[in-house]
Design a protein around this ligand. Structure first.
Ligand code: AMP
Ligand code: MG
Length: 348
């Protein structure tokens, strides 16, 4: 959950029209929508949430906003390492050897994070925080963080390592091995979309499109019965418009969270295996999945794995992914996985 203000933008003019929508995904307004399409929005996690929904039972807007904001607040109180009193921050301060009880939502996110950490052989690492900070991102990081030398890198790497975490999903506890902190930013925004969506469904909504900073989940249809639609922009090749019904889309990339020094540019996606920023050849990766939590985690996994291993991993795990790659000559190109081609219905 990047809860920082956005870093300097590397967006080209072609992104400007929808930059406010988050990373790369933008809900498309349709002129054909009847008047009962309603919109709400607000700040959260250093970005914004926005909700478009059909409200046939005329639920009070305050009730919709209240349910949604309460769900988001639960996620922040548990999993934002920007909040000193959150559960995740308290875990970072817990005594070595202590078993830390996790709330149900936190435990669910932890299970997903550790699943992909293992499946990706450590490309995804929920204990990555100190390295993220070293490269100039996350709470307390210097905005002008320089390119990092080997000595500082080795010290930070010694404090990172998901394999040292002892998570007991049945007891919902996690052991603090000593000095380990958690950073769930790569997955918690997607989880927040899922969690808030459940709250909206419980309230009685059955047709809505919820977005937090570019991670989206579509439930049901837009008023009039047509699927919700989102636009995934690929630099140089134009927008991909896709229909989205009872599915989510999440994107990882380097467009908003970037640092540079001299001729070096890097983003907030860090490869834990080297301790260094992931390949700049991946401009962005979008993933389609029923669960926004899974889509968010997988988009980060694929961005870390890079332009060769990422697409191979997507094929092996049948992930519906669209890679936006920068070629050797810096020319962008779109590379969809087989599952993306099979499931990303073009919007009509
Ligand atoms: P996302 O935009 O979902 O890809 O998340 C990016 C955020 O995830 C960064 O700001 C970091 O806090 C965190 N992060 C960076 N690299 C990794 C990694 N290899 N594994 C897990 N989380 C990461
Ligand atoms: Mg992610």
């Amino acid at each position: 959950m990047p809860t920082s203000p956005r870093g300097p933008s590397a967006a080209t003019p072609s992104f400007a029209a929808w930059a406010a929508g988050g990373y790369a995904n933008d809900p498309l307004p349709r002129r054909a929508d009847p008047a009962r399409l309603q919109n709400l929005g607000g700040p959260t996690m250093g970005t914004r949430w926005s909700l478009r929904f059909d409200n046939p039972h005329l639920l009070p807007l305050d009730a919709v906003r209240g349910a949604l904001e309460a769900a988001l607040q639960r996620v922040v109180a548990q999993m934002s390492h920007w909040e000193p009193d959150s559960d995740i921050s308290r875990f970072g301060r817990a005594a070595a050897g202590s078993r830390f009880p996790l709330p149900a939502e936190f435990a669910q996110v932890m299970a997903c994070a550790l699943h992909w950490a293992k499946a990706s052989a450590g490309a995804f690492d929920p204990s990555i925080g100190p390295l993220v900070g070293l490269w100039g991102f996350g709470p307390g990081a210097a905005a002008d963080a320089p390119w990092i030398g080997d000595g500082a890198l080795a010290a930070a790497r010694a404090t990172v390592g998901w394999e040292r975490l002892r998570f007991d999903p049945a007891a919902r506890t996690i052991e603090q091995p000593g000095g380990l902190s958690l950073d769930l930013s790569a997955i918690a925004k997607g989880f927040a979309v899922d969690h808030a969506s459940e709250a909206l469904i419980a309230l009685g909504l059955s047709d809505f499109l919820l977005e937090i900073g570019g991670e989206l989940r579509a439930v049901g249809h837009r008023p009039g019965g047509m699927p919700w639609q989102v636009q995934v922009d690929v630099e140089g090749t134009g927008p991909h418009r896709i229909a989205l019904s009872d599915r989510s889309i999440a994107t990882s990339g380097d467009r908003w969270h970037r640092r540079s020094e001299a001729h070096k540019h890097w983003s907030h996606t860090i490869d834990p295996r080297s301790g260094r920023p992931a390949s700049a050849q991946v401009a962005a990766v979008s993933v389609l999945h029923r669960s926004c939590t899974e889509a968010d985690a997988l988009a980060t996994v694929l961005a870390v794995l890079g332009p060769d291993d990422g697409p191979a991993f997507a094929e092996r795990h049948q992930v519906a992914a669209l890679f936006h790659l920068r070629g050797a000559d810096d020319r962008p190109n779109a590379r969809p996985s087989t599952a993306w081609l099979a499931t990303a219905d073009p919007a009509r």
